[in-house]
Ligand binder design. Structure first.
Ligand code: RIB
Ligand code: CA
Length: 324
């Protein structure tokens, strides 16, 4: 089976790490490159984490540096979620031969789109700055991209602003450029979609006991330990009862939609990103009633949780085979 040519644009981020694990573990993709962008932590760290993850998962592809900052918006990072190094303190040493590719992420995205002659797919799971720069510099890019899936946006309430999801809130102007750029097959896996699937506590517990020969095991155990300590801290503050012991995550849901679109049901709508509202900047405003004369994005309205759990662990198990 011909593998699907793919670029992953990311801001690792522990859920980015889960997502990239799934994409590579699915065995469906020829990952042509990974492009790092500012986001959860500064670019210096997201890029190092992307390079580490490519080596950890055995992805033989270049890793490119992207934008250090958003177009205009300057917001906080998310060390409070992902830890200071972006991978919740998971300690690693980059192999001697680990180097970033020469050139900018946005130029690579264009060059690869031309090379793949309309077959390139893009998975963007961080702020959309790199993709927006690519679109601004190469306006023909959308015509050469077969499928774009992003983790971003909030059809309902947000997780950064009242109405804004983190990735979009970090660079709303980039999101608006990408939304209006004319990508023909564009799926926005928003926060609502992410909250439709999760691993129950019992299912997630399997991540604590992965065999050490599994390449994802150490990172998975660190992730579960980090969640346990967060829950303990909240419990100390008397908020423990409101904290689920299930494992909710975001970027892997976009991976699942990319791997097998039949995992969800979608509506096609017109959406734009508010870049001016004092309280609503970063909100992905969706034309649910269909007033707009055209549609520019597919939004998941239902997701198959059981299918997600099976896909997640099938991808995890794919790292069992070789010795570490
Ligand atoms: O809102 C969740 C998104 O923001 C995820 O992509 C997470 O990694 C952060 O980038
Ligand atoms: Ca991310």
């Amino acid at each position: 089976m011909l593998k699907r040519p793919l670029i992953i644009d990311c801001d690792p981020g522990i859920d980015d790490a889960e997502c990239i694990m799934m994409v590579q573990g699915s065995g469906q993709f020829d990952i042509r490159g990974i492009t790092a962008v500012h986001g959860n932590v500064p670019l210096s760290k997201t890029s190092a984490n992307a390079l580490f993850l490519s080596k950890l998962y055995g992805i033989d592809c270049p890793v490119y540096l992207g934008s250090e900052e958003a177009f205009i918006q300057r917001l906080s990072r998310a060390e409070y979620v992902h830890g200071n190094n972006g991978l919740i303190g998971f300690d690693y040493t980059l192999p001697e031969d680990a180097k970033f590719a020469e050139g900018h992420a946005w130029d690579f995205i264009w060059e690869e789109a031309v090379k793949q002659n309309g077959e390139l797919e893009i998975l963007a799971i961080g702020p959309l700055t790199n993709l927006a720069i690519a679109v601004m510099k190469y306006p023909q890019l959308p015509k050469l991209v077969k499928k774009l899936v992003i983790m971003g946006g909030a059809a309902g309430s947000g997780n950064f602003g009242v109405y804004s999801e983190y990735n979009i809130a970090q660079d709303p102007h980039a999101c608006e450029i990408v939304l209006q750029a004319g990508f023909a097959d564009f799926t926005m896996v928003d926060l609502n979609a992410c909250h439709m699937v999760h691993l129950t506590k019992e299912e997630a517990d399997a991540l604590r006991t992965l065999p050490e020969t599994n390449k994802f095991a150490a990172l998975a155990k660190r992730m579960m330990k980090h969640e346990d300590s967060n829950r303990a801290k909240l419990a100390e503050r008397g908020q423990g009862t409101f904290v689920s012991e299930d494992h909710y995550t975001c970027d892997p849901v976009a991976a699942a939609v990319l791997i097998d679109e039949s995992i969800g049901q979608y509506v096609e709508k017109y959406a734009f990103c508010d870049c001016v509202g004092e309280m609503t900047t970063g909100q992905t405003v969706i034309d649910w009633l269909g007033f707009a004369p055209f549609k520019n994005v597919k939004i998941p309205v239902a997701m198959d949780r059981e299918k997600f759990v099976k896909m997640y662990f099938d991808c995890v198990k794919s790292y069992d085979k070789e010795e570490c």
